[in-house]
Ligand binder design. Structure first.
Ligand SMILES: NC(=O)c1ccc[n+]([C@@H]2O[C@H](COP(=O)([O-])OP(=O)(O)OC[C@H]3O[C@@H](n4cnc5c(N)ncnc54)[C@H](O)[C@@H]3O)[C@@H](O)[C@H]2O)c1
Length: 317
């Protein structure tokens, strides 16, 4: 193993990390990975979905609080991973989404400045709306929701602090994988389509299933967070650089499940311009700056995920 990799491993082993949103889908995978690598990890989460299962294997302290509540942070942090957010782009209160997401970020930014900790936070590809593809970090943003607005504001705040601390924004594309079911409607299309197909239903798609997503496996997203510990301050896309259509996902799921279910197409219920028709990351900046490249392609990731789903949510047979 190269010396730099050994030093990176040693850094994680000796670090004290706070993971906000650590009971959620991505946060819980990240908290467990950090713990597995020897870090002292604390989680803060308000448990919005009342789901306590994601942390069943986590041994560290869990602070059950809203970030905006009065809670005390114990000791000094080396790295703060900020994953907490109201993540439903169609949440009923736009004001709440914006306020909570932006204020929560500001609170952790303040804590990072006090601690001189590194701050790594989750941004979103939702910011690119229906902009040009492949989506580049610096291109004009086209925000379609209050959720997107809140993340754009976070990115703007971050940009004005790059010279004051180690601060990295990760613009996740469409993440899927184990432990996302608690999200309900905002869980990935891959999860929803699997659920329909495993129970023998035809997969329901907006006409004609050619909308596409840069689907990224959660295991790669966790790795991107680890890369961010050693990357220069900045905002990086975290995607695969490949966009796959929903029809393709159905084809792969049919292959995994041994079924031949045809999509049941229906009219899109949203106004077309408020819906993101395609997401596709330009990954060049992440490859050079973050030193990150995905390891999972869509097909092998879906196979891995379905194996896990079958073990944990019952067999499709
Ligand atoms: N999953 C994706 O495809 C995706 C894509 C782009 C960006 N992101 C971002 O990644 C991060 C993690 O998303 P996820 O998919 O794991 O969602 P998630 O909903 O599973 O996790 C978010 C967690 O944050 C917690 N939380 C929310 N507001 C909080 C607050 N004010 N104080 C404390 N805890 C709070 C929730 O209880 C939840 O456990 C989010 O910031 C999200 O915006 C996710």
């Amino acid at each position: 193993m190269r010396l730099t990799n050994l030093l990176k491993l040693w850094y994680v082993k000796s670090m004290r990390a706070l993971v906000s949103g650590g009971a959620g889908f991505i946060g819980s995978r990240l908290a467990l990975e950090l713990e597995k690598n020897g870090a002292e990890v604390h989680v803060i989460d308000s448990f919005l979905s009342l789901n306590f299962n994601n942390l069943s294997l986590f041994k560290g302290p869990v602070i059950q609080h809203d970030l905006l509540d009065d809670w005390t942070s114990s000791g000094k942090w080396d790295v703060i991973f900020h994953q907490a957010a109201i993540t439903d782009p169609r949440h009923e209160s736009d004001e709440e989404v914006y306020e909570k997401n932006v204020r929560g970020f500001e609170k952790l930014l303040k804590l990072a400045l006090q601690s001189q900790a590194k701050l790594i936070y989750a941004s979103t590809a939702g910011l690119y709306g229906n902009g040009a593809v492949p989506m580049k970090e610096a291109q004009e943003k086209e925000v379609l929701t209050a959720y997107g607005r809140s993340k754009l504001k976070m990115d703007e705040i971050a940009e004005s602090h790059f010279n004051q601390l180690h601060l990295v924004g990760l613009r996740y594309f469409n993440v899927f994988g184990p432990h996302e079911a608690h999200k309900g409607r905002p869980a990935s299309m891959i999860y929803h389509l699997w659920k329909q197909m495993v129970s023998g239903q035809r997969p329901r798609l907006f006409k004609w299933g050619e909308q596409s997503r840069d689907f990224i496996y959660v295991k790669d997203v966790v790795r991107a967070n680890l890369c961010a510990i050693h990357a220069p301050s900045g905002i990086y896309n975290v995607g695969t650089g490949v966009a796959s259509t929903f029809n393709t996902v159905v084809r792969i799921l049919n292959e995994v499940l041994g079924t031949s279910l045809e999509p049941d197409y229906f009219d899109m219920p949203y106004e077309s311009k408020t819906y993101q028709h395609c997401t596709l990351a330009d990954t060049s900046y992440a490859e050079t700056g973050l030193n990150f490249k995905t390891e999972w392609d869509l097909k092998s990731a879906i196979f891995d995920y379905v194996k896990w789903l079958e073990k944990t949510e019952g067999s499709h047979l």
